[in-house]
Design a protein around this ligand. Sequence first.
Ligand code: ATP
Ligand code: MG
Length: 520
Amino acid sequence: MSKEILLKKIPKEILEVVKTLNQAGFKAHPVGGCVRDLILNQEPKDWDIATDALPEEIQKIFFDYRKSEPQKQSTIYENNFGTVGLKTDSLKDSLKLIEITTFRIESDYSDSRHPEKIKFAKTLEEDLARRDFTINAMALEIKNEKDKNKKENEEIKIIDIFGGLDDLKNKIIKTVGNSQDRFGEDALRMMRAVRFLSQLNDYSGGARSSSWTIEETTQKAIRDNAYLLGKISKERIRDEFSKTIMSDGAEQGVRALQNLGLMKYIIPELIEGIGVAQNKHHIYTVWEHNVLALGYAVSKKYSFEIRLASLLHDVGKPRTKNGEGANSTFYQHEYVGAKMTKKILEDLKFSKEVVEKVVHLVRYHLFYYNVGEVTEAGVRRFLARVGPENVDDLLKVREADRIGSGVPKAFPYKLRHLLFMIDKVKRDPISPKMLKINGNDLIKNLSLEPGPKVGHILNALLEIVIEDPLKNKKEILEKESKALNKLSIKELENLRKKAENAKEEFEVSAEKEIKKKHKV
Ligand code: ATP
Ligand code: MG
């Protein structure tokens, strides 16, 4: 890329920040990820500027920088790692906050974790030397000089001390300096190596392109130091893992995490599937199938939760496997898998929302549907169970499962029929809230005390309405509730159990089907 083109790609906001620092007598260089992305012809996600100005000096220079809010402070400094955040007036997300960081070297790496203490450095060279990979350790020098006609002229130069440009060209991820030492200082860098591998290996036009690799010595150092990941906080591991999962090369990333010995410290449960053969419905091992399902979800650009659910949907299979060969079974793997998924995601400190959603998708991924076999009431029960809002995502996980099996069965016709059935019943009542009678009505009509009996009767009424939505009328439900009120709590509980069993229809019939096929 020519220098003129490179210069044109630098947003005016960045040029202005550099110039402002220069005019105050300080050095200022765009550095790290943004330089890498620019040279790769990709749009940087954020911009980092390295400077020899100290945090206090940066704050002073940019105190009321924004023209939109001249009275308000433009900088944020939370006293962490010497980085001052500069708020700008830009409407572009990547430029709303520019990070300006004082040159620094990190010290006190005794425990393989990100250092708690930092030391400021005098030179850009020192600052570049503390960065993780050669492709992330380049900076730009932008000179702004007035020529003899007093016209401003900008000049740009790439500062590349560690061979980052060559490594970018050859698609190589390699540490700055001695790999063993660098991973010893901060073990998270090993996961970052894999994350960059996944992010840089993208899909273009649907096919997987490019072929980034992690350099041999760097790879060996990761294998040697993988155990140090055990000392890294789960939150940092979660964040790097999430970025890997959200990247286009996520499938390759997950394979690399395993090949380099890191998966053991992230999701050890997934490793249980390696070498575990499945029955005649599959050609791949459990591990391979999980990873391929993820790959499919990624190729479709599905959401984070769907990607995780695809990767984890069969995590319970190794622990539930029964028998060997074509007729082996994995009964209840979706329950066991959902439990394991909950533990995996909670251990990694994912939010309650993410955990709930993914666990739910894993739990219900195995629904069974066959045209003519499942009744409309069955479809209503299915909706009541999985929640109408989860149906789309569940079908996507199911699709990833199907394609990832390597021998996709003819499902689309059945799927279309299920969607047709869902559409048909989607306005029917499937929750107590949708009944034409509520708890207060029951208490009043039947002179009941508020308590569990009210809930039991409501559930029994819902069951009646799920069987026949036409019964969702106030008079009918009043009559039915009078009859139900004569039953004892025990009898009502039995009714509930019967309804629970009916809810299993979608799943139990799947087992029945398998059993029928295999004559077991
Ligand atoms: P992106 O922002 O696209 O995820 P990035 O390369 O900008 O990628 P950041 O995590 O934002 O990554 O870090 C910015 C820069 O800081 C990196 O390019 C690298 O030079 C340096 N850096 C970040 N984390 C580390 C680390 N753990 N060890 C050494 N250097 C690091
Ligand atoms: Mg960045």
